[in-house]
Design a protein around this ligand. Structure first.
Ligand code: NAP
Length: 163
């Protein structure tokens, strides 16, 4: 099983404000769908509850919560990092899709990062991706920068692999 993370970060590692995303870049959302479809996605309870239509189709959804008896329609529910890793053991690839708490918890176990780096500082950011030690990671692929027509945000994709 390969554990990967997929995340959109700003110049300060900002990833969200409250329960909401910082930006919606249409091409990035399409890329997220293309990369994760057919695989397993693992997310915190707050990120799950923020999905507008619930569990994402054509993917195994796994939600992590400390609440006993929590029900997440269309998703498997786990209560710890160890339980999450155990039930995903036989899966080819697991994408950790957030949010902040879950990225922090799973980073040391993660082998691949799919970053969307947005060239902007969102003053309103309240949730952050953990600080990365770039010496631990190999930049395997970089695409962009691109400019999102709707928001005029510049962004690039960086795929990193743990050395
Ligand atoms: N930019 C991006 O790519 C991206 C992607 C995803 C999310 N986000 C942003 O991230 C923010 C949400 O992140 P967040 O940190 O507030 O919440 P989160 O990580 O989505 O969920 C946190 C919840 O996960 C559960 N949890 C955390 N650690 C656990 C552990 N070790 N064992 C069991 N359960 C555990 C707890 O649920 P219970 O309270 O139920 O116990 C906790 O309240 C939003 O702003 C969202 O927009 C950004």
């Amino acid at each position: 099983m390969t554990l990967s993370m997929i995340v959109a970060i700003d110049q300060n590692n900002g990833i969200g404000k409250g329960d909401d995303q910082l930006a919606y870049i249409s091409a990035d959302l399409k890329r997220f769908k293309a990369l994760t479809t057919g695989y397993t996605i693992l997310m915190g309870r707050k990120t799950f509850e923020a999905l507008p239509k619930g569990a994402l189709p054509k993917r195994r959804n796994v939600v992590i919560t400390r609440q006993a008896g929590y029900e997440a329609p269309g998703a498997d529910v786990v209560h710890s990092l160890d339980e999450a890793l155990a039930i995903c053991e036989g899966d080819e690839k697991v994408f950790v899709i957030g949010g902040g708490e879950i990225y922090k918890t799973f980073l040391t176990q993660t082998q691949e990062l799919y970053l969307t780096v947005i060239e902007h500082s969102f003053e309103e950011a309240t949730v952050f991706f953990p600080e990365l030690n770039r010496n631990e990671w190999l930049l395997e692929q970089q695409e962009g920068p691109f400019t999102d027509e709707k928001t005029q945000l510049r962004y690039m994709y960086q795929n990193l692999r743990r050395k």
